[in-house]
Design a protein around this ligand. Structure first.
Ligand code: NAD
Length: 439
């Protein structure tokens, strides 16, 4: 039976390597559509959790997940033993950067080597991890072909970048359009066919490099625009009397050619912060400097320093030493309403505050029970009126929806708001220091 027929008749066996924020939702979608789906992850806790019917990704619908596991459509394992039995394998492993901000492809390379051991004729491999152009053809393909099978003839290979936006209720794995670029025309057709089983709109492009580059464009577009508004926020602070948040709202009334981005304490997560450096690394190989893109990344990375300096300045105006000041940080996830703290600017701010001598830092985050910063463990403290009253500075770094901002402002002595989370608060505004409001 051809792979296409297996896909259309739901007899194709699906593998998903890497069961994190990207992989698990994808695996659940296939299992829900009736495909026998095997998740592969080296993290045994995730594997056990799935097999025990315990979901650990907030975006995954509980009912769907449980039905997929109970119905025997979704299973997980901590090894690659089943690769030979699978028809389509999606690779969703991390793509971090190294200490010196060079791409770290080790997870992709490791997964490719493991898959290569069980690779057989007729299989389709689809890489979904965000990476620089050339990864699929110049790094993954040679590993898969090493044992003698040829791409396009014996097996198929494509790149299809993930667009999931954790916490976004409107745009999910299933309804967000997805781009697919195969090494050959047939690779693209097959990758589109299987993707279309779980995703409403699939857009084929001419090859993996275009798909890899378009993903970087999407993320760098965000990085550049956030940097622009961060720089303007700092200018507003310097000039005085212009509030950047009001400026953005006013600009947003233009019905064409403008899209709002907001300032903040910096950017985090596993994508927007990293991707400009993936492209920079590649560009340098071609004697090309991505000055503009790198400047944007650096501008965003300077924001935690700016926020730390704001706390220092505000404490300097009060009869309390910075060292002893009780600083209560609200929100350590990298963005609102998620539990992901990877590269969170809030953690960077806490680290910088500590490096500059602050010894009384605490935090609250309804999604994150504990964090480690520079080897020190912090536990989320309960957010009570007494705790707010006691703090010398309440620093809002993540604007979680569940926070009662009226109560926060009512009880706190000083609020440094880096997200305009207190915009609807009417009473006590004189206690708020808002990033970019020009005061
Ligand atoms: N999180 C997002 O919002 C998002 C959105 C779009 C794209 N991406 C991209 O998708 C990729 C995955 O991101 P994520 O957020 O899901 O990461 P994650 O860390 O949540 O999940 C990755 C999983 O891969 C597993 N893993 C690592 N090496 C492995 C190996 N060799 N074999 C099997 N499993 C292995 C890890 O244990 C982990 O569970 C990255 O390239 C990221 O840039 C992420």
């Amino acid at each position: 039976m051809s792979l296409e027929t297996k896909i259309q008749s739901k007899q194709a066996r699906i593998g998903v390597v890497g069961l994190g924020y990207v992989g698990l939702p994808l695996a659940v979608e296939f299992a829900t559509k009736g495909y026998k789906t095997v998740g592969i992850d080296l993290d045994d806790r995730k594997v056990q959790s799935i097999n025990a019917g315990k979901n650990y990704i907030a975006d995954v619908e509980e009912k769907k997940f449980k039905a997929a596991v109970k119905g025997g459509k979704l299973t997980a394992q901590n090894n690659y033993d089943s690769v030979r039995n699978l028809d389509v394998i999606f690779v969703c492993v991390p793509t971090p950067f190294t200490e010196h901000k060079d791409p770290d492809l080790s997870f992709i390379l490791d997964a490719s080597r493991q898959i290569a051991k069980g690779l057989r004729k007729g299989q389709l491999i689809i890489l979904k991890s965000t990476t620089f152009p050339g990864t699929t053809e110049d790094y993954v393909q040679p590993i898969l072909e090493k044992a003698g099978l040829k791409v396009g003839k014996d097996f198929h290979l494509a790149f299809s970048p993930e667009r999931i936006d954790p916490g976004n209720r409107k745009w999910t794995t299933a309804n967000t359009p997805i781009v697919v670029g195969g090494v050959t025309k047939r690779c693209t057709e097959l990758a589109c066919a299987v993707t279309a089983q779980v995703i409403t709109t699939v857009i084929p492009v001419s090859g993996p490099k275009v798909a890899e580059m378009e993903k970087l464009l999407e993320n760098i577009f965000r990085s550049v625009n956030i940097a622009l508004v961060n720089e303007m926020a700092r200018l507003c602070d310097r000039m005085g009397n212009i509030n950047i948040w009001e400026v953005v709202e006013a600009a947003s009334t233009k019905p064409f050619g403008y899209m709002p981005f907001y300032p903040g304490p910096g950017i985090g997560g596993h994508c927007i912060l990293i991707d400009p450096y993936y492209l920079r690394w590649l560009a340098q190989k071609h004697d090309f400097q991505t000055h503009f893109i790198t400047l944007a990344a650096e501008t965003n990375e300077s924001m935690p320093f700016y926020v730390k300096d704001t706390v220092l300045r505000e404490m300097g105006m009060r009869p309390i030493s910075f060292r002893d000041a009780k600083i209560l940080v609200l929100g350590v996830a990298f963005k609102k309403d998620v539990d992901d703290t990877r590269h969170s600017p809030a953690l960077r701010v806490m680290e910088l505050l500590h490096m500059d001598g602050a010894r009384n830092i605490m935090y609250n985050d309804p999604f994150v029970p504990k964090v480690k910063i520079d080897g020190m463990e912090f536990e989320s403290v309960p957010l009570t009126p007494a705790r707010l009253r006691d703090a010398d500075c309440v620093l809002i770094t993540t604007d979680h929806s569940s926070y009662d901002y009226d109560a926060i402002v009512k009880n706190a002595k000083l609020i440094i708001d880096t997200r305009n989370a207190t915009k609807h608060v009417k009473k006590g505004r004189e206690k708020i220091v808002l990033l970019g409001d020009g005061k």
